[in-house]
Design a protein around this ligand. Structure first.
Ligand SMILES: Cc1cc2nc3c(=O)[nH]c(=O)nc-3n(C[C@H](O)[C@H](O)[C@H](O)COP(=O)(O)OP(=O)(O)OC[C@H]3O[C@@H](n4cnc5c(N)ncnc54)[C@H](O)[C@@H]3O)c2cc1C
Length: 434
């Protein structure tokens, strides 16, 4: 909680330069925003992508969450393709991804399961099956992201924080951003909130649900001797809970530590509070180094290992979620929707299939705003599935395509023709129904 301000500064009217007026403005360049911007531009929209940091990918790169879980339904059928599949293909071409091939998906072969579990690609309960999930190198993801937006003709603005917006009736007329270039405004026809945190929701006066979460810091160790044995030796001893173990990761003699700090940070934090974020950044770094020192001292394979890299973004699973025109719930497993724009499985449940309706990306009170990624309109239980990177890319691709279609008309995203949207998504390789 922020302390009460001791006093309030009244600011006078300001003049803010309007630096761009695209058809589509995507705010946030994580996995969802990347997909949204590329999809919008490929559909012919003049598109700007605004990102607060110096690279694309969000948690999928800077958060070191470097496992795409999962593109299948757990029974061997692929349910997410489109831009996420294109990303996997491009990673594979650069030798930067490890994943089971199509013939292995759904397999219950114990040797295969053991192999891919060590890569962090299998998380369900027994009886286990091989999933279509992907371990990858984050630096390559950033580079491919740069290439994809450049090829699509997206105008990328890095190091720019969206800080506010201006409403004109039911429409967002401007989004305000702050950077080293100063305070600027962008005047888009359609806006997509891909900030993960749903930053635009309170500014637009839309209803949302907010969560407090345990923050995580993922990290990788280098120079690990005999990684398989070192991983086994460190498992139960250091990390007693679910997932509390290192995994193999691309690169020789490297290991990935995914859920390290969950047992140690003593409280949930509000991911929109500067005080809580500051506490979590410093505390999780301290605990990570404490854990590394212990590993080096007590597990032989780690004796000469060193910290390869630590996530520079805290792992925040959820912040704000829109309460939109439809709130997708756990009971919607296997349900069909006429306005389905994506489908996702569940990384820990075999056979779950959630079609995601277009109404979960929108609230009728603001005509020209869509959301995508981890802030879409779902309940907490379904969020566990829709927050995964492949699902975020699928809702990003849908939001970008819809925004481009809306921008060809009045900009009203509620007026988008569903047949046209769904056809465009299918033409672009997306899967809307398994
Ligand atoms: C600990 C943890 C473990 C996870 N494990 C997995 C896993 O194994 N596999 C998996 O597939 N998924 C996993 N997830 C989920 C997944 O990583 C995220 O939900 C997903 O990456 C979110 O993508 P996004 O694009 O919606 O949001 P983000 O990745 O958060 O991207 C949002 C982007 O917007 C930018 N931004 C934010 N605010 C602003 C602003 N005001 N102005 C400008 N830019 C802004 C950010 O810098 C960022 O680039 C995990 C998540 C966590 C936290």
């Amino acid at each position: 909680m922020s302390p009460d301000p001791v006093n309030i500064l009244e600011e006078g009217p300001r003049q803010t330069p309007v630096v761009d007026n695209p058809d589509v403005l995507v705010v946030g360049g994580g996995s969802a925003g990347l997909a949204a911007a590329v999809a919008a531009a490929r559909c012919g929209a003049d598109t700007v992508l605004l990102e607060r940091y110096g690279y694309l990918g969000g948690l999928a790169t800077g958060g070191m969450v470097i496992l795409l879980l999962s593109l299948d339904d757990g029974n061997g059928t692929q349910v997410i393709a489109g831009l996420c599949q294109e990303l996997v293909d491009r990673l594979e071409q650069r030798n930067a991804a490890v994943f089971p091939k199509a013939g292995e998906w759904g397999s219950d072969d114990p040797a295969l399961i053991d192999h891919y579990r060590k890569w962090g690609l299998i998380w369900g309960g027994v009886p286990d099956r091989v999933r279509y999930s992907v371990a990858y190198e984050p630096g390559e993801f950033k580079f491919i992201g740069d290439q994809m937006v450049a090829e699509a003709g997206v105008r990328l603005r890095l190091h720019s924080w969206a800080t506010d917006l201006v409403l004109d009736g039911n429409r967002i007329s401007h989004v305000i951003c702050q950077s080293k270039s100063g305070r600027q405004a962008i005047q888009p026809k359609v806006v997509i909130d891909a900030t993960g945190d749903g930053d635009l929701l309170p500014w637009a006066g839309l209803p949302f649900e907010a969560a407090k979460v345990h923050p995580y810091r993922w990290y990788r160790m280098a120079n690990v001797e005999a990684p398989d044995e070192a991983i086994e030796a460190s498992a139960g001893k250091f990390f007693p809970t679910l997932g509390g173990r290192f995994f193999n990761t691309p690169g020789a003699n490297r290991t990935l530590m995914p859920w390290g700090m969950s047992d140690h940070i003593d409280r949930r934090i509000d991911p929109t509070s500067v005080e809580d974020l500051t506490y979590a950044e410093v505390e999780s770094r301290r605990l990570m180094m404490q854990q590394i020192d212990k590993l080096r001292g007590e597990v032989p394979g780690f004796a000469n290992a060193y910290l390869a890299d630590a996530a520079d973004q805290l792992g925040i699973t959820e912040t704000r979620r829109l309460i939109g025109d439809y709130v997708l719930g756990a009971d919607d497993d296997q349900r069909s929707f006429d306005d389905a724009i994506a489908v996702t499985g569940h990384w820990t449940r075999y056979g779950a299939r959630y079609q995601i309706p277009y109404r979960a990306l929108h609230h009728g009170a603001v005509d020209n705003l869509l959301v995508s990624g981890r802030c879409i309109s779902v309940d907490r239980r379904v969020h566990n599935a829709t927050k995964e990177i492949p699902a975020c890319m699928a809702t990003g691709q849908a939001a970008g395509t819809a925004a481009a279609l809306a921008a060809k008309g009045s900009g009203d995203v509620g007026a988008v023709d569903m047949n046209g949207l769904r056809s465009a998504l299918i033409m672009a390789g997306a899967i809307l129904a398994p």
